[in-house]
Ligand binder design. Structure first.
Ligand code: ATP
Length: 236
């Protein structure tokens, strides 16, 4: 389980997050909704050890404190991030991108099994192993990014706006793939602008507004909440 507790982040004088607390268990999808600039990316970055601001609070992964650890060590502990914009290497092949995801010692030791698991989950990544990633469609590249993160054999996968720039059809496929990853027993923490599709596959969700977590509930309850409908689901 990932337990983010009272995470506060400052960029100079600007407080991007104020005592934000979020939990993700293995086998569930948790979505964080919020307007631009609310602090969503900052929360994922703080947990992953790549935040440029000053971070306080606690981020425990199955009891191990992550705050203060290097980004590589955090991946090794079992937390992987698919950053906004995917973070794939467009000039390299699918297989090379996947292999690069297995950089931690723990992942290198289990590279073969992890690759087999990723290719079983996303058969297209096996079929297209030697394709240069920059020549793939946006949806396929997002699949490579998720596959690459899964090569580190994470317990919890975090994703920053993975549906950005995808057509509605490709987003649908992406969210269906995330549900498959959850069904393997991983926990997923998802930051999304696409509230409708992400809530449809999520188990729980949080609203992040002006650096504060203002609301937490089951996905089902959030979908039926009039305030959530008005702010995030485009209802009148
Ligand atoms: P979006 O949906 O637009 O990506 P977000 O909710 O992910 O927004 P963050 O990227 O976490 O928001 O940013 C939260 C606040 O912190 C914003 O006001 C942003 O300008 C500021 N911020 C983010 N990164 C930095 C940085 N490296 N230096 C200074 N300020 C930053």
């Amino acid at each position: 389980m990932l337990e983010l507790e009272n995470i506060t982040v400052r960029y100079g004088q600007h407080r991007a997050l104020e005592e934000a607390s979020v939990k993700v268990k293995e086998g569930e999808i948790v979505v964080i909704l919020g307007a631009n600039g609310a602090g969503k990316s900052t929360l994922l970055k703080a947990a992953s050890g790549i935040c440029e601001g000053s971070v306080s609070g606690s981020a425990r992964l199955n009891g191990t404190e992550l705050i203060g650890l290097s980004a590589n060590k955090i991946v090794d502990e079992g937390l992987a991030l698919v950053p906004e914009g995917r973070g794939v290497f467009p000039e390299l092949t699918v297989k090379e991108n996947l292999t690069l995801g297995a950089y931690s010692q723990r992942a290198r030791d289990e590279e073969k099994q992890n690759l087999a698991r990723v290719q079983e989950l996303f058969p297209k990544l096996a079929d297209r192993a030697s394709q240069i990633v920059g020549t793939m469609s946006g949806g396929e590249q997002q699949m490579v990014a998720i596959g690459r993160a899964m090569m580190s054999n994470p317990r919890i996968l975090t994703l920053d706006e993975p549906s950005l720039g995808l057509s509605p059809l490709l987003s649908k496929e992406l969210f269906a793939n995330l549900a498959k990853v959850r069904d393997l027993g991983l926990g997923i923490l998802l930051v999304e602008q696409n509230a409708k599709q992400s809530l449809a596959i999520a188990d729980r969700g949080y609203l992040l507004e002006n650096a504060h977590v203002t609301h937490e509930d089951t996905a089902q309850a959030l979908i039926s909440d009039p305030a959530v409908q008005a702010a995030y689901l485009g209802a009148a």
